[in-house]
Design a protein around this ligand. Structure first.
Ligand code: TRP
Length: 333
């Protein structure tokens, strides 16, 4: 039995790139695997390194939870919880902190980048750096190591964090014996050039301001799709379906028959207005049912609480066993 685990930081409404690139593949993998325990959690205390608004904080946590459930996560099969509900994580974090050289944290990318930015601006290198940000990788290591995790699916930007978790586990195993902790492996997502394009043709990303939110109303969704950049070619000029990011997006939501038909229309010449309307139709069609489910969940937060509490309960069964084992090896108690 292998354990797969990943954490999701709550950062406002998910966009199409998030769900197609990460959420949906993870859910599909979890729902269909037989010899694997999948653990997904909302990394809410990680967000506390920067989020200062409790109302937004709470809403974002619920939004992420509702997103995963609306898109079909089987919360009975997988373990799904929010980090702050599993206090064992924070106890393990302290233990791991005592086994982590400070120098390793100095070299962690996000901390290092922040310090470098301050130096570039001739500011105090520690300006705006709280201890949560500094020890972020250790909290992440605790998230992972607490469940004897084997595999961690993450984006490339998180690779160093998994390496740090692995090296902490290795160091502890060297001191206290093999098997004190399991050494995890990263599984990198978003390989190659396949990504979801945003409104301007670049990779869809919140920071480019080109994203389409998954749970926008139909009206907003239509408006956003109409904002997609196009060239000024006339409606009846033939268009190359392989060179259009409206088509790229269309392909992610349409059936093979719909795609073939649409490609033919492009070659005959289609007005961009029509191409966008067709895109809206397929996107809206696939999001309609989950959107209803999402809205329902967001209007019934106590149901979400229940799901998360049940997940935390199951997580703590595993967590407390690992923690006892580690504590015993390291302190004798
Ligand atoms: N740091 C990750 C991110 O920003 C989120 C995260 C927290 C995580 N803990 C984790 C991912 C444990 C994988 C495993 O995306």
């Amino acid at each position: 039995m292998k354990t797969i685990l990943t954490g999701i930081k709550p950062t406002g409404m998910a966009h199409l790139g998030n769900i197609l690139g990460a959420v949906q593949p993870a859910i599909d993998l979890a729902n269909k695997s037989v010899d694997t325990q999948s653990i997904f959690f909302i990394a809410d205390y990680h967000a506390l390194t920067s989020v200062r608004d409790p109302i937004a904080f709470k809403e974002d946590v619920y939004s992420i939870a509702a997103t995963w459930i609306a898109l079909g996560l089987d919360t009975k099969k997988s373990i799904f919880y929010k980090q702050s509900d599993v206090s064992e994580i924070f106890e393990l974090q302290w233990i791991l902190s005592c086994m982590t050289p400070k120098g390793d944290m100095n070299r962690a990318h996000s901390y290092k980048d922040k310090v470098q930015k301050n130096l570039d601006n001739k500011k105090d290198p520690d300006l705006g750096v709280n201890m949560g940000l500094f020890s972020y990788p250790i909290l992440m290591a605790a998230d992972i190591l607490l469940y004897d995790t084997n595999l961690v699916p993450v984006g490339k930007d998180q690779k160093q964090h998994i390496e740090i978790a692995r090296s902490i586990a290795q160091r502890i195993n060297e001191f206290y014996g093999e098997g004190t902790l399991i050494e995890p492996q990263e599984v990198l997502q978003e390989s190659g050039a396949s990504y979801v394009v945003g409104l301007d043709g670049r990779k869809m990303s919140k920071s480019y301001d080109n994203a389409i939110g998954v749970w926008e109303t139909e009206k907003r969704l239509k408006k956003l799709i109409n904002k997609i950049k196009t060239d000024s070619s006339e409606p009846d000029t033939p268009k190359n379906p392989d060179d259009s990011f409206i088509m790229d997006l269309y392909k992610l939501f349409a059936t093979p028959e719909q795609i073939a038909q649409e490609e033919a229309l492009y070659r005959e010449g289609i007005g961009w207005g029509y191409a966008k309307a067709h895109l809206f139709d397929v996107v809206n069609e696939s999001l309609k049912a989950p959107r209803e489910k999402y809205n329902e969940l967001m209007q019934n937060k106590s149901a979400l609480d229940e799901v998360l509490e049940d997940g935390a309960k199951r997580a703590r069964v595993v967590a407390s066993k690992t923690l006892s084992r580690v504590r015993n090896k390291m302190t004798g108690f």
